[in-house]
Write a protein that binds this ligand. Sequence first.
Ligand code: IPE
Ligand code: MG
Length: 224
Amino acid sequence: MDGNGRWATGRGLPRIAGHRAGAQAVRRTIEAAIESGVGWLTLYAFSSENWRRPQAEVLDLTGLLRHYIRQELAELKAQGVRLRILGDRNRFDADICADLDRAEAETRANSRLNLNVALSYGARSEIVAAARLAAEAVRDGTLNLADLDETAFARLLSTAGMPDPDLVIRTSGEHRLSNFLLWQSAYAELVFTDVLWPDFGPAEFAAALAEFSRRERRFGARPG
Ligand code: IPE
Ligand code: MG
């Protein structure tokens, strides 16, 4: 979800106004996903690199997260959304961690939309953490080295048991993955749009799905 700052600056507003408008776009996109019958949606809300932003902006973003989780939990439950957090949530303040834990627990039984929110997330550190778990398991004798294949390794990632993304949408004209689900996106279709995240909504979501449906997916196999 990129382009909040540019959206605000283009209107002569402070960046936080863009982040607030971005939170509205999150609501619209969750609704659009549900309407379209999409079962899994992962939103990259805050990267492990975003901690390096000016302290005032980090405070604005974590404040918005605190506010959003408290305000939206009831709505997520009503919509049948199951919320899960990917990333290092413990870097957030204790009250936010508690709210995230509670939101996950209270939406656990829902299945209409599986919503992952990546927070303080970075794919490389996720992969290193999984490699560490694998090494420990081999060392402790609970995993045979010969059994460590792609399936076994994927079970050690934070997305264990989840389907790989079919489609990755990047907003605001940037053409990068920026450390997002690098392992899981190996065969994802990538769709880029110049639309800034706060302007994203049902029409842009539908356009991305339409673009996806025009792609021929071969997963490395020969054209049939
Ligand atoms: C995305 O918008 C929000 C976060 C990364 C938290 P940006 O803040 O990156 O907006 P731009 O890229 O400066 O426009
Ligand atoms: Mg950006």
